[in-house]
Design a protein around this ligand. Structure first.
Ligand SMILES: *Cc1c(COP(=O)(O)O)cnc(C)c1O
Length: 367
């Protein structure tokens, strides 16, 4: 059993993927080729955004978004400490200060009741993370940001592409949405890739220039940028995968519900992530909370069940970030880091394998 079964997905899509790749090899426009243009159009339509700017990775999407907003030294950007490091890394990279707000114990997403207390006169942006595939309480976050003025909300939708919230798609829930097409994400390419979504023409233009070295016309550099384009081959692969994506999203939602029912019925001592009734999760990770996590993980490994820990150490406790961030302690994030365990999950996970995982989890947590 694979933790994420990407080989089964490729087997199902071999013909269209190979054909798309061959077309790129034949026309030879390897950077910003026609597939990239087509992909941006299709992704923008999918999330309902006016603009999609494809970029080299999810990290690059977040970085370019902050650069497009001119966030820099002296500015504060609020995010959560319980996330992948890239979310805070980009804040530090532009010279701003990451300010953390703790997460909720049941959704593992930002605890919005603690957000307002973290806002200061220097707050320029908020980057809430839609962790494990479930959108955050975005309406509340947008409302708080609007009340304070001058604060832009950037959704880190790296794990939630395909999820919905109150009738809208993740990636298009705030002024800017950033996602990742890293192979293991809900929509993954065969390398690195990412995208920025926005309805704002100015942010879209700035992001488009920044991803190509701040260039507004060939060799005319109006601002500092990066080398942050997605290559055409990755766009081609994503286009082929998009044709199966609706099925995959439905399948992930069904498998997530099935995991929940089976784990409850099994008597396993494992707490589940709550999904709020006004939204769906695409379960980028199917993560449970258990006591004695490391021992449980080892027992599962011996039973042939691959698992992972997202994430073992909150960012405010990471050596590289301890000094860089505004001080604070975040007890929920710290407790989650000791307890979380992600189980095998992908659209191609079979019910039989899922049952094996649940059985092994029940055994490992009750003996
Ligand atoms: C994966 C991920 C990123 C970074 O995406 P890359 O494409 O790997 O650069 C950022 N934030 C979160 C929450 C992620 O899971």
């Amino acid at each position: 059993m694979d933790f994420i079964d990407l080989k089964a997905q490729y087997r199902a899509l071999r013909e269209p993927i190979n054909q798309r790749i061959q077309q790129v090899l034949d026309h030879g426009q390897y950077i910003l080729g026609p597939e990239t243009v087509e992909l941006e159009r299709r992704l923008a339509a999918y999330v309902g955004a006016k603009h999609c700017i494809s970029v080299a990775s999810g990290t690059e999407a977040l970085l370019i978004a902050l650069m497009a907003l001119d966030v820099g030294p002296g500015d504060e950007v609020i995010t959560v400490p319980f996330t992948f490091v890239a979310t805070a890394e980009v804040i530090a990279l532009v010279g701003a200060t990451p300010v953390f707000v703790d997460v909720e114990p049941d959704t593992c997403n930002m605890d919005v009741s603690k957000l307002e207390a973290a806002i200061t006169g220097d707050t320029r942006a908020i980057i809430p993370v839609s962790l494990y595939g479930q959108p955050v309480d975005m309406d509340e976050i947008n409302a708080i940001a609007a009340r304070h003025g001058g604060i832009t909300v950037i959704e880190d939708a790296a794990q939630s592409f395909g999820a919905s919230y109150r009738g809208h798609r993740s990636g298009h829930l705030s002024a800017i949405g950033c996602t990742s097409f890293f192979p293991s994400k809900p929509l993954g390419c065969y390398g690195d890739g990412g995208a920025i979504f926005t309805d704002d023409d100015g942010i879209a233009r700035a992001s488009t220039e920044i991803r190509v070295h701040g260039q507004s016309a060939r060799y005319h550099h109006t601002r500092i940028g990066v080398g942050g384009r997605m290559d055409t081959l990755q766009s081609a692969i994503l286009l082929a995968k998009l044709d199966r994506f609706d099925w995959e999203v439905q399948r992930r939602i069904a498998l997530g519900a099935r995991y929940g029912e089976a784990i409850r019925a099994s008597g396993a001592h494992a707490a589940l992530v709550s999904v709020r009734p006004d939204r769906s999760s695409v379960w980028a990770q199917y993560t449970v909370q258990v006591e004695q996590r490391d021992a449980v993980q080892k027992t599962l490994q011996q039973a042939g069940i691959p698992t992972a820990v997202h994430y073992p150490k909150p960012l405010h406790q990471q050596p590289a970030y301890r000094e860089l961030c505004a001080p604070g302690s975040f007890p929920v994030s710290e407790a989650l880091a000791q307890r979380v365990l992600s189980l095998p999950m992908s659209a191609d996970l079979s019910e039989a394998d899922q049952d094996r995982v649940v059985q092994a989890l029940a055994q490992a947590t009750t003996t």
